[in-house]
Design a protein around this ligand. Sequence first.
Ligand SMILES: [Zn+2]
Length: 261
Amino acid sequence: MIVEGFKLIFAPEEEAGAQVIRGAIEDSVPVIRQLWPFRPPRRAKVVVWTDWMDGYRQGLPRFQLLLLPLFRKRIVGYGDRLWKLVGGITLRSQPPAVLVKPPRVLADADIRIGEKLFVHLDDINDRVRSITCHELAHAYATVRPLPAWLNEGIAMLTVDRLFGFDTVKPQTMELLGAVTAPVRSYRALPRLTNSELVKFYARGYWLTRYLHEQHPEELRRILSQRFAIGVTDRRLAKIVGVQKSELWEKFDGIVWDHYRG
Ligand SMILES: [Zn+2]
C-alpha cells in the first residue's frame, strides 16, 4: 500500500495498527512539506514494527540487507534497552525506511525518557501518531546531512505543528545551559545515559525552535543547502549573531533569555 509516497508494510494481523499509522502519514506529510524545504525521499518505506530485527529486514534495501549480518551484532548489542526505549526509528538507508511500533507493541515501551520530555498523550493512538510524524520528518531530512541535535529539533517541532500545541514540556527549558556543542553524531547516542539523552533532546528542541521562530528564513536557507557544508558552526553563529568561536558558549544562554527573559 502506498501512502503519500511511502510504501506501508505490515503483516495481515497488524491491520488495525497499520490503519492508525496510515492516518498519521496522511496527516503528517503535508505538515512536513509546509514546514521544511526538503524534497520527498523517493521509494521510502514505513514498516509496522513488531520485532527488532524483522523491522530492519523489511526496511533495508536488498543491497544493505546483505550487509546486515555485519551490523547485527551491534544492533542486537544495544539490546532490550533501546528496543524498549524507542517507539520508532528511521533507517538512513537509500531509500530510507521508517519503523514504527503499532499501539499494541508501543504499550510495552519504557516511557521513562519520554515522560520527562513530552506532555502526556492519553490516547495510545495519539502517541503512535506523534512517533510516526517524528520519524517521517527524519525520513524527509535524510536528503540533508544534519547534526543530530538539529535533526531531532526539526522532528519535534513538526509534531508540535501536527498536534497544534507544544508537545514538549515547557520545564525542559531548564535543561539548557551547556557551554559545549551538543552531540552531532547519532553514533554517540546509544552510549548516553538516560538523563544525558533527555538533555540532548531538550536542547535540540529549544535551539531549533529558537532558530525556526526567530530566524525562519535563515534556517530554511541552510536547510536547503545540498551538501554537508549547509549547517556549520560558522553559519549558525552568523544567524545567532555571535562569533563562531563563542557559539556554543553563548547559544543556550541566548535561547534561555529569549524564552525566559
Ligand atoms: Zn528522532
